[in-house]
Design a protein around this ligand. Structure first.
Ligand SMILES: [Zn+2]
Length: 326
């Protein structure tokens, strides 16, 4: 059937009709807001390369959570920014560490918030790599031991969900077994199954203070010139017991989100990463783009590609626009 019988514009003239036939939806419940918590008191420190994003000390978290709750955001992704670091990142396993104390505070004050906690060593190692170094490279299996230790400490503190972001082989199984052995078989693992070595993480490193002091992360994060390797990564994490898959970055990797969506029946979480956020922030500061309009379009593209939920720094600012469907 073609023109003049078919006129696709007939569905576009009326706003209500346009809304009725929309086939991709974005809700505030889809958002996961990243939160950086640092040591000290009375600290609300803006991340210079991510204007509008802050590190908070625990005593300042109530200011942030008031906003999170009033905007209808129900889930957060928590990162710890410790002062003390060590060679292996063992400080991350301290039951009274910065992230553990933040978890206890949040679960006590805001039990309704779904608390997803990032699980990695890079914020806690002196060298800034995601695991234990042997001969200047991250040793896969030694790192697994630390990750499982850290995992137990985080769930003991009250984490609802763990999100391992290290990209070691076999870590989902290792963490799963150690959780199950200790009575945490109900705790889901949202694995960063597909994490490309990316320049889009630049601003995050300011936020989390986790730049590697030597080398790069290319021996464990994925090569962005690869496409089908993403299927193997997802497949192995699903087999090991991952409950959802995180894909990062998102905006330049919509093809990967779509590929995984069509291949596997599992929730997919897109991470709209720091570099994606900062590009929008910088361009809108210069009034080259409309900040909220372009943000909405970017987030919708992730849903269109197949994301179930989105980790995004834009969650608070875009929530009202989503709720009012404008
Ligand atoms: Zn890491």
């Amino acid at each position: 059937m073609s023109y003049p019988n078919t006129r696709l514009r007939r569905l576009r003239y009326n706003k209500t009709l346009r809304e009725m036939v929309e086939d991709v939806h974005l809700r505030v419940e889809d958002f996961i807001f990243p939160v950086f918590v640092c040591e000290g008191s009375n600290i609300k420190r803006e991340v210079s390369s991510m204007p509008g994003q802050y590190q908070f000390s625990i005593d300042k978290l109530p200011d942030l959570f008031k906003q999170i709750i009033s905007k209808g955001i129900k889930s957060i992704l928590l990162f710890g920014v410790p002062i003390g670091k060590d060679e292996e990142g063992l400080v991350s396993c301290d039951d009274n560490g910065i992230v553990q104390n933040a978890i206890k505070f949040i679960k006590k004050e805001y039990p309704e918030i779904l608390l997803i906690v990032d699980l990695c060593n890079c914020q806690y190692t002196t060298h800034g790599h995601c695991g234990t170094l042997v001969d200047d490279d991250v040793h896969n299996d030694k790192t697994l031991v630390n990750l499982s230790k850290q995992a137990l400490s985080l769930v003991k503190a009250g984490a609802d969900i763990l999100a391992p972001s290290d990209m070691m082989d076999g870590r989902v199984l290792h963490i799963r077994q150690s959780l199950d052995k200790n009575g945490y078989e109900k705790t889901p693992i949202f694995s960063y199954s597909i994490k490309y070595a990316s320049a889009f993480y630049g601003p995050f490193r300011d936020a989390a203070n986790n730049s590697p002091k030597l080398g790069d992360r290319k021996s464990y994060q994925m090569n962005f010139k690869n496409s089908i390797e993403a299927i193997r990564e997802a497949e192995s994490d699903i087999k090991e017991g991952a409950d959802a898959i995180i894909i990062k970055p998102a905006l330049s990797y919509l093809d990967i989100i779509n590929k995984i969506k069509s291949k596997f029946n599992i929730p997919i979480i897109a991470y709209n990463v720091s570099g994606e956020y900062s590009m929008v922030a910088a361009a809108s500061e210069r009034e080259w783009v409309d900040r909220l309009d372009i943000t909405l379009e970017i987030l919708m593209s992730m849903k269109r590609a197949g994301a179930t939920a989105i980790i995004t720094y834009h969650a608070l600012e875009i929530a009202d626009k989503i709720k009012n469907n404008v």
